[in-house]
Design a binder for this molecule. Structure first.
Ligand SMILES: [Zn+2]
Length: 254
């Protein structure tokens, strides 16, 4: 495997936001030795993520159905996800989870799709990439009952107690652009208290763009801005922060 400095463990490179210049965006990440895990949100985007990963050495894919799209999840979709996951470039089941903030799919469907995909990940011995928004109570109940073998809470949001609950379940915490947002003192405080070896860096590109590019389109190369902010808050060097790359490799087996 190449010498990657950082891995953006959560991006949506198949997004239409990159249709004009996707190759340039990818090249910018590679030129900085930044690898990317690009994650699907439904069947089509999962297939697109896999295709992107198959064509590039430094890109890997997550396949799954996002809670927003949970109403589309069925046995056929699960069968296709299983077929995608047979490819060695698929390193996770995700993005999966619960979102009671936007409620774009009925909550019961969200829960069912989430549980089925945790089971799929466990059966395939893959980690899960989890989305959780205003659904923490049900999230914890499902995680305790269905225990993913390994995984990450993407774009962790919450206090130190919640961070500890997720860590006790063996999960990593994904940290991205929101760490740089002015209002986010809680996240900075949590980060200062949790060990570096439970953290993964991510961007959620094209969303959640870090300062100073907030308001513009995000891209995987900006994961270095997240790394810089982690270093500043934890009062360590950026090289130390780059040890999270090794944890990402262990989690995703890349
Ligand atoms: Zn995402």
């Amino acid at each position: 495997m190449p010498n990657l400095k950082l891995i953006d463990t959560h991006a949506h490179l198949d997004s239409a936001d990159y249709n004009e210049d996707r190759a340039v965006v990818i090249a910018r990440a590679f030129s900085e030795a930044i690898g990317v895990i690009t994650v699907g949100v439904d069947l089509d985007s999962s297939e697109a993520a896999l295709k992107l990963a198959q064509r590039r050495r430094f890109i890997w894919a997550g396949v799954g159905v996002h809670p927003h799209e949970a109403r589309t999840f069925n046995a056929h979709v699960e069968k296709r996800l299983r077929e995608f996951a047979a490819d060695s470039k698929v390193v996770a089941i995700g993005e999966i989870g619960l979102d009671y903030y936007r409620d774009l799919s009925p909550r019961s469907m969200q829960r069912d799709a989430f549980i089925e995909q945790i089971k799929l990940a466990n059966e395939l011995d893959l980690p899960v990439i989890i989305h959780n928004r205003e659904s923490t109570k049900d999230m914890l109940a499902i995680l305790r009952k269905h225990r993913p073998k390994r995984g990450v809470i993407h774009s962790f949001l919450g206090d130190i107690d919640l961070a500890r609950e997720f860590m006790e379940l063996g999960l990593y915490l994904g940290i991205g652009g929101p760490l740089t947002f002015k209002k986010n003192d809680i996240l900075r405080d949590v980060l200062s208290q949790i060990p570096l070896d439970r953290i993964l860096l991510e961007t959620d590109s094209p969303y959640l763009t870090p300062v100073p590019y907030r308001g513009k389109r995000n891209e995987p190369a900006y994961v270095r801005l997240v790394a810089n902010e982690v270093a500043r808050i934890k009062e360590i060097s950026v090289e130390d922060v780059a040890t999270t790359t090794e944890h990402a490799r262990q989690l995703f087996h890349i």
